[in-house]
Design a protein around this ligand. Structure first.
Ligand code: GCU
Length: 335
């Protein structure tokens, strides 16, 4: 008798579970989000996005899953942003620099030395006035921001030239992200900027199309740039956040509860990212130094900071950027 009721109970439970996974037409109710990014499988960004997927699945009891397309498989950051606009991709992790071409507010995040240090950067990125302004303003062009990831300080690295001062930049062909702000930054520093997608940098360095690039330390090891670039100068000229964005229509199709799950999972993955980031930078710096023979060089940032001051004045005045520029300054000053 007991056994019979147990079996009956089990069958009812199964029916309930199955009903949860299937709609009236008998199709699966599981929603899969297609997520694209341009980093390798051992990069902290990938690990954090895997965590994002795990959290979304756990919090939604399996109703929403995330499938990740890493390594730029679906295209350059620019292409992936366009795919996110159309909905061919649901979620993407791209640099704020790449978003500059889509929404001018993002350009201020590529402004050199806009954040004095990492603490200042974090203060701004966790300020709701800033993020509310930033995350939802692109809804009418097809996507919203879900969260940001720390992408470290960007430093200059060259094939064969030590750079200690702005004067050493003269004539240096430097790859920058496809961002007008970054192009102007190198011009003010006296170098010759070339904007190109991340995936092309290794070959461009190797073939001599460029003499230098700039990024956080993971580029040296994870993307093998340390095989060709042997001088890494701590210029710390930019702290550009990585942004996790989502197709707005797809997001709005979810229930309020599911939207909250996606946003929560994204924010929690940012905390997870903080944990894996520091460790990864430490490890990759050691590998670059000891196994790839990259020289790490401290530089006095003052002349670099001074050289780009006109850019700050320009962004503080310019109609398109002044609001966000001042909002960031306010966030920096806030208690
Ligand atoms: C960082 C950033 C990437 C970006 C890259 C670049 O690594 O995390 O999203 O593509 O810089 O320099 O293009």
């Amino acid at each position: 008798m007991l056994k019979k009721s147990f079996i009956a109970l089990l069958s009812i439970t199964m029916v309930i579970i199955l009903a949860g996974c299937q709609n009236a037409a008998g199709q699966s109710n599981t929603e899969q989000l297609k997520l694209a990014h341009n980093q390798t499988l051992d990069h902290p960004v990938h690990l954090s996005l895997v965590e994002f997927g795990r959290l979304v699945e756990e919090k939604s009891d399996g109703a929403i899953t995330v499938k990740i397309y890493p390594n730029g498989q679906l295209g350059s950051e620019r292409e992936v942003i366009e795919l996110t606009q159309t909905g061919a991709v649901d979620v993407a992790k791209v640099s704020a620099s790449a978003l500059e071409g889509f929404a001018s507010d993002y350009s201020v995040f590529s402004l050199p030395y806009v954040f004095e240090d990492y603490e200042t950067f974090q203060k701004v990125m966790n300020n709701e006035k800033v993020t509310n302004e930033l995350y939802y303003q692109t809804e009418d062009i097809g996507f919203i921001g879900l969260t940001y990831y720390n992408a470290g300080e960007r430093n200059l690295y060259t094939k064969d030239r030590e750079v200690h001062d702005v004067s050493d930049m003269r004539g240096l062909k430097v790859r920058v992200q496809p961002s007008q702000t970054s192009v102007q930054m190198i011009e003010y520093l006296g170098g010759i900027p070339t904007a190109m997608a991340y995936g092309e940098v290794y070959t461009a360095l190797q073939s001599g199309v460029i003499d230098a690039a700039e990024n956080n330390e993971t580029a040296l090891v994870g993307n093998n740039h340390g095989e060709v670039a042997k001088y890494y100068m701590y210029t710390g000229h930019q702290i550009v956040p990585d942004m996790v964005i989502m197709n707005a229509k797809r997001f709005n199709q979810f229930s309020d509860e599911q939207q909250a799950i996606i946003e929560e999972a994204a924010k929690e993955s940012t905390l997870y990212h903080e944990e894996v980031w520091a460790e990864s930078i430490k490890r990759q710096t050691e590998i670059a130094k000891n196994e790839m023979g990259v020289n790490f060089i401290e530089v006095d940032k003052t002349p670099f900071i001074n050289a780009v001051q006109p850019l700050h004045e320009q962004y503080a005045r310019n109609e398109e950027t002044r609001d966000i520029y001042h909002l960031i300054q306010e966030a920096i000053q806030s208690e």
